[in-house]
Design a protein around this ligand. Sequence first.
Ligand code: FAD
Length: 507
Amino acid sequence: MEFALFCTKVNILILILALCSPCKFIQSPMDYGPSNLLETKSSASLDFGRIVFNSPSAVLRPQSPRDISLLLTFHSASSFSKVAVAARGAGHSIYGQAQAIDGIVIEMDSIPSDIYVHKKRDDESGVSYADVGGGVLWVELLEESLKLGLAPRSWTDYLYLSIGGTLSNGGISGQTFKYGPQISNVLQLDVVTVLGGLGQFGIITRARILLQDAPQKVKWIRAFYDDFDTFTGDQELLVSMPELVDYVEGFIVPNEQSLLSTSVAFPAHLGFMPDFHHVSSAKVYYCIEFAVHDFQAEGTSAEQVVEKISKQMSYMPSLVYSVEVSYFDFLNRVRMEEMNLRSRGLWEIPHPWLNMFVPKSGIKEFKDLLLENISPNDFEGPILIYPLLRDKWDANTSVALPDAPTGGDGVEQVVYIVGMLRSANPASCAAGCLDDILRRNRQIAEAASAGRIGGKQYLAHHPSLLHWRDHFGRHWNRFAARKNLFDPLGVLAPGQGIFPRVHASAL
Ligand code: FAD
């Protein structure tokens, strides 16, 4: 144990010395010690987007949070600080956000996963929670907490993302309207001082996540619309009933193919394939997904709650489907789609994604803008769209939500999240085509950020400091001050492309 720690220190020091003499002197970090401590790996220049591929000079695979603090302490207390450092969780960024060109990537998954779950006793006044390492995946936390009948309250659609990775961004899903994003459900953190900071302010080595009792089963409903206003009206109705509804999402159906790609997890035995043409001649359809947990007051079933809710909704009467699934399967539904796409060689391909927060006042115009810019016949992937409630977000985090419009009552409570989660299959969309999609995404993002729509990118990717200033708007000074306080050399998370590097000699 002692020996391992000693080796760690020595190797980190040698690594930094080596990196900070001109990088070309590094033969291979492997030359300096055991492979679990330092090694270069091609995965460090790869992410889910498969659009940006920046190689680091070295990879640190820490065995404990102490290895990370040693690295950062040596780093900031010396003139070695020209080397950028990025934490890498599950590497599911799109545009190289967890990469560090010629720097050090810290692979958080190497820290042995250790999850402690505390279940509140009936006679105790506190809460149930889990203490969990920053590199642990959300699915691992779910598996562990379910052993005690507990689960986190707020999720992402896909669970193979790391705790530190989503807490650096927000963490949004169909529960966000009710409990806020994942960053609103954290009780304590080790190391990091500011949440939602895009990895700019520190490395999250441990988080205390709020838990609640987990249901056994979930009633999962899909209802279809051919009219956008009716669709969003019903979504907003659902999020106004948090005492009945546990999950609300939705998606645009620009073609039948897109329906297939979002339906793998919706049990196939239902023969789930709406026949739109018999009921409507619309070109585009919309689908609301909502769910109700099987926890209900005595004498009431989830089925009855769904019935009560459905009576108030205005979907196309023949186009509603429901199914009961286990809570784990419900939360893990995107894994089934992943497996399906993997089996067809369609998972490890470029993903030119665009995610935007759009205020309610601009959502219809934004939907029109999106549909004008895609060709339904060659669009692959889901287009998610669902409402969130502004008051569930802590204004002290660094996430940039759209400004509330001025005039009227000054606060527009509903903000939509829209995810254009497009795949670019190289078989049908080669390099030029991918560039074209990326250019178009940028145009959509710029049109949506300016003027009447007033949107902001989520998981943002911007080409210049000026764009980032616009992104943070009136919060830019606060964001820059936090950076200056917690990372004055601009060493952390260079892949976000926000701050130009400041070298020690310039301070
Ligand atoms: P990485 O890509 O490894 O890192 C992302 C950023 O966080 C980098 O800047 C990195 O340096 C920083 N970082 C990573 N770990 C730490 C740490 N421990 N401390 C400090 N900084 C750190 N998002 C949602 O909100 N809702 C969804 O439903 C959703 N679904 C998704 C589905 C898929 C299939 C994919 C690919 C992504 C999805 N995302 C979703 C986006 C996802 O939340 C972000 O991309 C998130 O950053 C991924 O986590 P990661 O562990 O892969 O992070």
